[in-house]
Every structure is written in C-alpha cells, then in structure tokens.
Design a protein around this ligand. Structure first.
Ligand code: URA
Length: 288
C-alpha cells in the first residue's frame, strides 16, 4: 500500500500536526484570519502587510501569515462556496484561529449601492446547504457584533463608501442568484427571487458568509464579512475587481482594531466599545 498515513479517519492530521486539507498546524496561523475565496487574493491581502510568509498551499487553500501594523495576521483562501469554506473554518479553528473575516466580492441588489462600494454584512440568509448539515434552518447566521463594529470603524477611518445590511449566501452563482442558466434556464421557484429579497431588506448576494457566520456561532468563535460590490443586479453593471483593494484594506485594518480592543478587554475586563457607540453605528444600518 502506498500513501501517507494520517492520525485517524475521523480527525485526520499528519505526523507534523498538519490538518488534512489546509496543511497548517498549531502556531502557523494567527487567531485573526482573513478569508478570501480566491487564492490569488491571499497574496494581494499579504501585499499590504509589513511582512508575510507562505504557510501552505493545497488544492484551493493557500495560507499566508504575517504582520500588519505589528499584529500577527493570516489569510486563507476558501475556494468558492459553502463546502470548501466550512472545511477552512473547521481546520483553522482546530489550529487555534478564533476570528474570521470574509473578504470577498458580491452582487448588490440595490441601485443605491454603487459598483465598487463595500458591503459589511450583519447577517446572512442561509440559502446554502452546508450549514443545514450543522444545525436546523431557523438558526440565524449572524455576524459577531465586535467584528462588524471593527469593520465599520475601519471603513470610516479609511473613508471608503460602505453599506451595512443583510446578505443572501447561495450555493449557485447563476440560477441560485436568479441569473439565467445555460440556454436561459431558470426554474419557476427562482423567478422573482431578487424582488422578494429586496422586499425583505436583503441587500446583496454572495456565496460564503452564511456558512462562516453559522459555524462561528456554533463554535463560539467570531466572524464578519466585507465584500466589494463588483456587480449591481438593478443597473446590470459588472466591473471585475471594483472595490477589492478597499475591501482588503478595511479587513486588514479591522484586524488591527480588533486586536487593540481584545487587548483592552483582556487588561481591563471591559469592552472598549461603549453601548452608546454601538447604538450610533447601528443607526447607520441602511434600510432601503
Ligand atoms: N459574487 C457573487 O456571488 N455574486 C455576484 O453577483 C458577484 C460576486
């Protein structure tokens, strides 16, 4: 028999302590991990750090660690969609990460959201299948309030245009987001989806946030998401890469802010963000 034997079938780790898919081990990655879908975006995220080093590359998962403004930080690509994203969260949690920020792209459902604007999610509709294998469908996929606040604070400090709102995470980019499939195929149950979501105050489509939020909440970890609107489904604009650098800058800066807040919490036992600040930020939650 050829092949490398791992620790067990139910929790596979190699002799160096590396988890099966991501090939990372405890100590390799920060507690703060940025999660782009695209492996190429890991390098772009790391290009904003003071220093960076490659940890592992295996299938769709590329992991870098480094320092951003003195803070130990990591980035791992999730690939597109829920199943590979859940694997990334599972394995990163096993090696010690506890704070996840999705850095992605999205399709906006409101004409008021410009292509290139950012969307910071407060929660996500679970239109994917993976999280349903973890918990009943009524369980909410909510972002962690401190991560949302750190993202908002970073966006404000950097002066980039952002919107706060509820996201819909799908398992399908085309038909699942009411785009015609091959030869115009669109099943009856998907017709009118965009209008329905708009009527219930959902502002964008993407494919990973709900899985990250659901797993993070189940495991008592933290998660947030900032996405660049590269498409607008109302105006029919699609601009590849619009706003992606802004999303990366906001996510990196949010890690620095969270690490400062976490230090204050550890030293004083009190949160650094007052309830008054939280209320002020939440007033900014756009209701379209
Ligand atoms: N990602 C999505 O899932 N949908 C879009 O429209 C754009 C990016």
């Amino acid at each position: 028999m050829t092949g490398k034997r791992l620790s067990s079938a139910s929790s596979p780790v190699d002799e160096a302590g590396r988890v099966y898919h991501l090939m990372v081990k405890p100590g390799d990655v920060s507690r703060y991990v940025l999660l782009p879908g695209d492996p190429g975006r890991v390098l772009r995220i790391a290009s904003f750090w003071d220093e960076s080093w490659k940890i592992a590359e295996h299938r769709e998962y590329l992991t870098y660690s480094g320092r951003y403004k003195g803070v130990f930080i990591s980035a791992t690509s999730t690939g597109i969609g829920a199943p590979s994203t859940a694997i990334a969260v599972e394995e990163l949690a096993r090696v010690g990460s506890d704070t996840f920020i999705r850095v992605g792209t999205t399709g906006a459902l409101r004409k008021e959201i410009g292509v290139g604007d950012l969307i910071i999610s407060v929660g996500a509709v679970r239109f994917e299948g993976t999280s349903k294998q973890y918990v009943f469908p009524e369980y909410p996929a909510v972002a962690s309030i401190d991560v949302v606040l750190a993202l908002v604070t970073a966006a404000e400090e950097l002066g980039v245009k952002y919107h706060l709102g509820i996201t819909a995470s799908t398992d399908s980019f085309y038909v699942g987001q009411e785009r015609p499939g091959y030869k115009g195929y669109l099943p009856p149950h998907q017709k009118g989806l965009i209008d329905y979501l708009k009527s219930v105050n959902v502002i964008n489509f993407e494919m990973e946030a709900a899985t990250i939020f659901t797993l993070a909440n189940i495991y008592r970890l933290r998660a947030g998401s900032v996405c660049a609107a590269i498409a607008n489904r109302e105006t029919e604009e699609f601009v590849v890469d619009a706003g992606v650098d802004d999303a990366i800058k906001v996510a990196n800066e949010a890690v620095k802010i969270l690490s400062e807040w976490d230090t204050i919490m550890k030293e004083t036992g009190r949160p650094s963000v007052s309830a008054k600040t939280i209320i002020e930020w939440y007033k900014k939650l756009r209701r379209f």
